[in-house]
Design a protein around this ligand. Structure first.
Ligand SMILES: Nc1ncnc2c1ncn2[C@@H]1O[C@H](COP(=O)(O)OP(=O)(O)OP(=O)(O)O)[C@@H](O)[C@H]1O
Length: 246
């Protein structure tokens, strides 16, 4: 993280609540995220992580409260160019090849010609799918689809990446490589919000929000969260804050 970036707020979530019918999924969430951070949202399945990140992308709107991205109120179509979003379920065209999918999404972001082809080569090499570029998505495994979704999120070099469980179904060796890439992108100035229920992944974030039953139970650096609860691991800290096993 760059010291100069520390106080530039890129995400502001103010008293946000969301319900689906009678089920309250998010309750009075307030949170700021700063430029240059790799920020993790950690919580068990169903805690509300996906719903929260969908609000940042404009795919969901809160019942109460508001969210700001780059200091502008969401939802806002023009902010979409500045973010790369990787949803939890892959939004890919199964009958197309990986290359055609990348070309489609690249075009949405105004990329074309040689510049687009260069970006496609680059992002496919990051996720180690270069040799599968011309394969139809029907023939991709679940992990390959995840990696392609990540490649698409990286394609237009967004300044903020919002990644919903980016490494689910990805083996540990490639997971490490992908995290190395996250750090490289972060060094070059990309901010990141990553949801996870994997403790080891949470430890890699600069700051974390622990979420349970739609509520924020703690926010801090992994070190702070451990120190405040006299824990030796994030898992222990999460339990100490009243979380259930993530
Ligand atoms: N469109 C929807 N309609 C009704 N209920 C929903 C909808 N989307 C999410 N929910 C419910 O909201 C709760 C939170 O879901 P969400 O996907 O945000 O959790 P999560 O923390 O991302 O979990 P996971 O890690 O399993 O994806 C769950 O109980 C889920 O069933």
């Amino acid at each position: 993280m760059h010291v100069d970036d520390v106080h530039e707020k890129i995400v502001s979530i103010n008293q946000v609540s969301k319900a689906y019918g009678k089920q309250e999924v998010l309750s009075q969430i307030s949170l700021n995220i700063y430029k240059g951070e790799i920020f993790g949202l950690l919580g068990p399945s169903g805690a509300g992580k996906s719903t929260l990140v969908k609000m940042l992308t404009g795919l969901e709107v809160p019942n109460e409260g508001d969210t700001y991205l780059f200091q502008q109120k969401m939802p806002s179509l023009k902010l979409m160019e500045r973010i790369g979003y990787m949803a939890q379920s892959d939004a890919l065209y199964g009958e197309l090849t990986a290359k055609e999918n990348l070309e489609f999404f690249g075009a949405l972001f105004g990329l074309k010609g040689k510049a687009l082809q260069r970006r496609i080569d680059h992002v496919m090499s990051i996720v180690e799918l270069t040799e599968h570029l011309n394969k139809s998505i029907h023939h991709y495994s679940g992990g390959m689809k995840r990696r392609l979704s990540l490649a698409i999120a990286l394609l237009h070099e967004p300044e903020l990446l919002i990644l919903d469980e980016p490494t689910v179904g990805i083996d540990p060796v490639l997971r490490k490589r992908i995290w190395d890439t996250f750090y490289e992108l972060n060094d070059k100035g990309t901010s990141m919000i990553v949801t996870t229920h994997v403790m080891g992944e949470a430890e890699k974030c600069h700051r974390l929000a622990l979420i349970r039953d739609g509520g924020l139970i703690a926010v801090g650096t992994p070190e702070q969260l451990k120190a405040q609860t006299h824990s030796s691991s994030i898992e222990e800290a999460f339990l100490a804050y009243g979380g259930v096993k993530a």
